[in-house]
Structure formats: structure tokens, C-alpha cells
Design a protein around this ligand. Structure first.
Ligand SMILES: [Zn+2]
Length: 483
């Protein structure tokens, strides 16, 4: 089940604001007290804490709804628990967790959930606030309606707990939607490969009914090869420069009498500056853009099996610290996760193939490619150039077909490999008729390329300096050589 939270601003009069603020302060007070007790006495069971504190707070704040008291104690138990765990791992040095702000949890008993979900166009809700039930109007926006329509269509459900929180003196209701993964008929087969600055994509559209293999119009059976620019690497480099400038500027303020400097990066001032740069936001924006592009229509999405920590394996051979940093900043996993998430939501399926030699084999002739003086371009011994990214995504698509497992074991080298191990990975995610389709498309495509293989090579590199070693970020060369 996928979850999506949607924050909606509340219409708040001065009076309502006062009311919400007092609920918040009482609720926060309870959380703080209970957390302190829980940590000091190492009690993290919500039930136990409720037994200890419930009647105390009920008599202290008789107008606060009983279920808000229960939620406050529950939240305190969660905070205490995670604090104690992190303390055990040595991740925190404080004695008590500092609870600065809190989101208030309204369960179905404390807001008008039943009424809300029965409505076709809910524009307001009711909250139980200090003995009064208040109507609150919502400033609804497009994102909310998109999810609400899904609720109406039975494709999503609204969670019964509503979160109310304050941010810079505005109040928000956070609705949590639980989305049922869609079942879609794939309209295309997409393979993608994440690089430092680009995402390479191969898209095969399934234009006709795949059952009628004989009727396929061969001229349409051409995979589209293209790249989306992400510039994660460039972005990381630019931000690094800015961060270094900030460090230099702050240094004089943190000089010690000995002439040394305090580690500037651990100061509050530095963190404040860095937060303002919003590097993460920009990265997330680009990640979303790519995920959207890849999942626009239901598709079978093919990608490489990334290890748990792709960055680490990629930098094992990379010496320069600046480059290491850039690779670390390339959000491979995040991108993959975002695509997987969106794919599920929109009825696409993700299929992982082994990353073995994807960018070392000619996808037309199945022979080993040789290096050229440009990292991005490889030479096929049969006399044509191949762009590394295109080879990679095309080979990934090949790997979904049975041919890849049998065809001269992929290339003509005497290589002992345990192919059974790979065969097991050939999983039933892709229906057999579509596998046949991919196979036919690739065969037609490569047959046509035998006459004009230039399609697989991109033009001369745009950058005369070539940034040749930038490409090392893509793949651990060692792993490829190993085979
Ligand atoms: Zn070739």
C-alpha cells in the first residue's frame, strides 16, 4: 500500500487560532512531560504510560478530548522509544529529547471523519477543541482533489487519523491517502540507466495488440533512445563551491585562541546557511521530474540491479576527493525509489536485470566493445561506434528476452558463467507475449542497424575538454574488466 500525505491550509479566524494554539500548547506539554518520564524511567510502552498518566491529564485538562490525551501519550511513547534507541547506538548526546514542536493527531473520534468521507466534495471538517466542536474550512487545492477523486473512484482510501500542525503561523491539516496500486496494461517497455548528469532511456512502444504478433507493422518497431539531463553531478559541484565559500566566511568567527578553528560545519550558523541553499529540494524536484517522465503511461520499466550502496561501489576506484563527493551526491537510490513508487501508483512494473557488462557489449553484434579516447563512445570491432549509454539501455532490454540467456552466452568470449543463476532472475513480471514483442522489436532494430549502425553512436561530444573521467562515475571500471 502506498501512502501520500497532502497538507491543506486551514481558514483560521483569530479566535480559532487562539483555540488551536491552546490545544497545541496543552498537547505539547503532555508530550514533553511524558517523554521526560519515559526516558528517565526507561518505560516506552504506550499502554503502561497511559495507565500512569491518563487520569492525571484528564483531571488536569477536563476540556481536552480524551482521545487527544491518549494520542499525546502515544506520541510521547514513540518519541521516547526512538530517542532511547538512538542513544543506545550512540547517536545522541543529550539526556532528554528536546520536543520543540508537535503535530496534533486527531483520530476519527476527534474530527468529523465519517461525515467527511461520505461527502462528494468535502470543503470543511469539524475538530474537537477544548470542549467545543468547531467547523473549520479548508483551502483545498488541486493535489488534494486529485487524490480525493481517487477516493471516489475507489482507488484510494483516506486514513482516519488527521494531523493538524502549525508552520510559520499558518495551520495545516495533513490528510493521509492510502493508494491501491493500479493494474495497468503496459503500453511501453522502458529501460533506463542513471548516470552522474543524465538518465539514458530506451522506450519501446507497444502500439498494436501484442497478441497479434503476425500483424505487427515492422516500421513502428523501433526503440526510441534518448537522455534526460539531470545534472546531479554539476549541481553537486556548484553547491560544493558555495558551501566552501560559506565555510571560509564563517571561519574567522569560530577561531580559537590557539589559532585553530572550530569545525565550522558542525555549527548552527553553517547549518542554517546550508539549509537556505535548498540543495535537497532542487535535487528532489529533478528526481520527481525523471520519475514522472518514465511512468507517464503504464509501462514495463527495466533497470539495473543496483547494490545496496551503488555510490560506494562506484567510487572504490575513484581517487579524487572532489569526484568522490559528486558521486555521493548523485541520488541513485532515491531516483530508483521514486521511480518504483510512481510506477506502482500508475500501474507500471519494475523489472531488474543484472548489471553485468551492459555497457561493454555491442547490442547489435554481441561482441565486446573497445574503448576509444572518449569515455562516452565505444568502438565495435565490426566497424562502428556505440554510445555507452545507448549500449547499456539496449542491452538491458535484451536481457528481458530469453535470447539473452542462450545466445552464445551473450557474446563470443570464453567465459565461464553460472547462467542458471541469472535465469532464475528472469521473472514472471513481464508477460510472455510482451517478451516476444520486445525480442522481435530488438531483432528488427538491430537488423536495420547492421546497415546503418551510426544510430547507436551519438554525435561528437559537445564538450571539447570531454570531461573524460567524469564518466568514471558511471560504472566501476574494475567490475567490468573483471569479467
Ligand atoms: Zn557492433
Amino acid at each position: 500500500m502506498l501512502r501520500r500525505s497532502v497538507a491543506v491550509e486551514l481558514e483560521v479566524t483569530r479566535e480559532l487560532n487562539k483555540l488551536l494554539c491552546s490545544v497545541e500548547s496543552v498537547y505539547l506539554g503532555i508530550v514533553r512531560e511524558v517523554v521526560e518520564y519515559a526516558v528517565a524511567n526507561n518505560v516506552t510502552s504506550a499502554n503502561q504510560l497511559q495507565g500512569l498518566f491518563y487520569s492525571k491529564y484528564r483531571s488536569e485538562y477536563p476540556s481536552l478530548h480524551a482521545h487527544l490525551v491518549i494520542q499525546a501519550i502515544k506520541q510521547a511513547a514513540e518519541i521516547a522509544k526512538s530517542f532511547i534507541e538512538r542513544k543506545k547506538e550512540g547517536l545522541v548526546s543529550k539526556t532528554y529529547p528536546e520536543v520543540r514542536s508537535i503535530s496534533i493527531r486527531f483520530t476519527e473520534f476527534t474530527w468529523s471523519y465519517d461525515q467527511f468521507i461520505k461527502s462528494i466534495a468535502p470543503v470543511r471538517l469539524e475538530l474537537s477543541l477544548l470542549g467545543v466542536r468547531r467547523v473549520v474550512w479548508l483551502r483545498l487545492h488541486k493535489r488534494f482533489w486529485l487524490y480525493w477523486w481517487r477516493v471516489l473512484r475507489g482507488e484510494a482510501e483516506l486514513a482516519s487519523t488527521l494531523i493538524i500542525k502549525r508552520r510559520t503561523n499558518k495551520w495545516y491539516a495533513v490528510f493521509v491517502f492510502e493508494i491501491k496500486p493500479k493494474e495497468g496494461t503496459p503500453q511501453s517497455v522502458i529501460s533506463f540507466d542513471i548516470n552522474e548528469n543524465t538518465v539514458a532511456i530506451s522506450r519501446i512502444d507497444i502500439k498494436t495488440t501484442v497478441d497479434k504478433i503476425a500483424d505487427w507493422n515492422r516500421q513502428y518497431m523501433v526503440p526510441e533512445l534518448y537522455t534526460i539531463k539531470t545534472d546531479f553531478g554539476r549541481l553537486a559541484r556548484r553547491y560544493e563551491k558555495t558551501r566552501n565559500a560559506i565555510i571560509e566566511r564563517l571561519k574567522p568567527h569560530f577561531a580559537l585562541p590557539s589559532g585553530n578553528y572550530v569545525n565550522v560545519t558542525s555549527t548552527r550558523e553553517y547549518r542554517k546557511f546550508v539549509r537556505k541553499l535548498r540543495e535537497e529540494d532542487r535535487k528532489v524536484g529533478r528526481v520527481r521530474h525523471v520519475a514522472n517522465e518514465l511512468t507517464r503511461t503504464p509501462a514495463i520499466i527495466v533497470t539495473e540491479e543496483l547494490g545496496n550502496n551503488p555510490q560506494e561501489s562506484m567510487i572504490s576506484d575513484v581517487g579524487r576527493s572532489e569526484l568522490r563527493h559528486r558521486i555521493k551526491q548523485t541520488p541513485f537510490k532515491k531516483l530508483e525509489k521514486a521511480i518504483e513508487d510512481k510506477a506502482l501508483e500508475r500501474g507500471s512494473k519494475l523489472f531488474r536485470v543484472s548489471s553485468y557488462r551492459n555497457s561493454r557489449i555491442c547490442p547489435i553484434h554481441f561482441v565486446r566493445l573497445e574503448r576509444t579516447d572518449d569515455w562516452h563512445t565505444l568502438q565495435c570491432p565490426l566497424g562502428h561506434l556505440v554510445d555507452r549509454d545507448y549500449a547499456s539501455v539496449t542491452n538491458m532490454a535484451w536481457k528481458t528476452t530469453p535470447e539473452s540467456w542462450t545466445k552464445g552466452v551473450w557474446w563470443n568470449m570464453k567465459q565461464e558463467m553460472n547462467w542458471r543463476e541469472y535465469e532464475d532472475k528472469h521473472n514472471p513480471v513481464i508477460p510472455q507475449n510482451i517478451v516476444q514483442y520486445i525480442h522481435a522489436v530488438l531483432k528488427t532494430f538491430t537488423a536495420s542497424l547492421k546497415k546503418s549502425p551510426a544510430v547507436l553512436a551519438r554525435g561528437k561530444p559537445m564538450n571539447p575538454a570531454r570531461e573524460a573521467d567524469e564518466g568514471w562515475a558511471r560504472k566501476p571500471p574494475k567490475r567490468e574488466e573483471a569479467g
